[in-house]
Design a protein around this ligand. Sequence first.
Ligand SMILES: [Zn+2]
Length: 304
Amino acid sequence: MFVDCSFSITLHNIHRIQKDIFERETLQQPPYYIHGEKNELSQFAVCPACDNPIQIIGLYKSIKDGRECYGKHHLNSIRGLAEYNQQAYDYCPYSQNRINVNENSRKDQLTDYERRIYTLMREQFDRVIYVLSKAIDIKITASAARRMLETYINGRGWLYSWATLNNLPYVLGHLTWSKTLYGQLIFRDSPLHKAIIEKCPSAELTPHSYYSDYDIISKKENGNYIDLNYCIIDHKRSIVNDQNEETMQLLVTNGRGNHAELIFKKRLEIDEAYFLNLINLPEERAQRNESLINIAAELMPALT
Ligand SMILES: [Zn+2]
C-alpha cells in the first residue's frame, strides 16, 4: 500500500493520492476510471516505483479503519495505462517481496522498465549529475562524470536490482565505487567543507573561478600527501507510513585500505519524487548542460 502515484509510465510526475488531485489529473476518464467485472467503477494509476498498474482504494468509499485513500498493486495490465511487469513488481519497494541485494545484484531480464531506466540516464544525464552533486555537496566535474558513467555502463547499472527511475542519480553514485575528490569542487558552506578543513590540514581549498560558491581541492605545497576519496554505500529501503524511505551513506576518507581515515559521513535520503519532478520542468525553466548530455549520447547508444 502506498500514498503516492503517477499517471503515466513515461517520465512521470509523482503525486500524492488525494481525491482532488486524482480528479484534476485524470478528469475522471479512462484508463483511470474503468468499469470492472461487477460493473463497479474502479480507479487506477501507476505505481510510483515500478510503473505497474495500481488500484486506488477509498477514493469515494470510506475505508473501514478510517485511513486515507491509498494505492495497491494491480497484478494485471490496464490497457492504455500500464503493462503488468512481474520482474519490476518483484523488486518494487512496495511489493510484499523482501529481496536483499548488494551493489553487484542485477536483474535477470532487460524488460521495458530497465530500458526506461537506461534511456532516462542517456537523455537526462546532466540532471542526474545535478541531483547527485547537490545531495553530496560535491560539484562533479565533466571528466569525473564521464568516468562514473563508463563504470555504470560496464556494470550494466540499469539492471541493478533496486534501480528505479526515481533513484537514478543516487544509484549512479552507489554503483561507481570509490571516486577521488582531488580536483573536485566542494560547496563552501557545507559540513563536508568544514570537515575537510578540520581533519585534512594538507588539503588546499581554493575558490573556483567560475562557480563562486565552490572551492576546488588540491594539496598544499608543503603539506603531506593526501588521498581524499568518496563512496556512496549502504543502500537501504523500507516502507514507513506507506511511503518508501530509501537511504544511502556518503563516506569521505583520506588514505587507502586499512590506513584510510574517515573524514566525513552523511546519510543521504532519497526523495521519491524530486528527480522525476525536476525533469518534468517546463522547457523555459529548464537549465540543461549540453556537454554532459553529449557525453551520455556518445557513451550510450540509443535503444532501438
Ligand atoms: Zn510498484
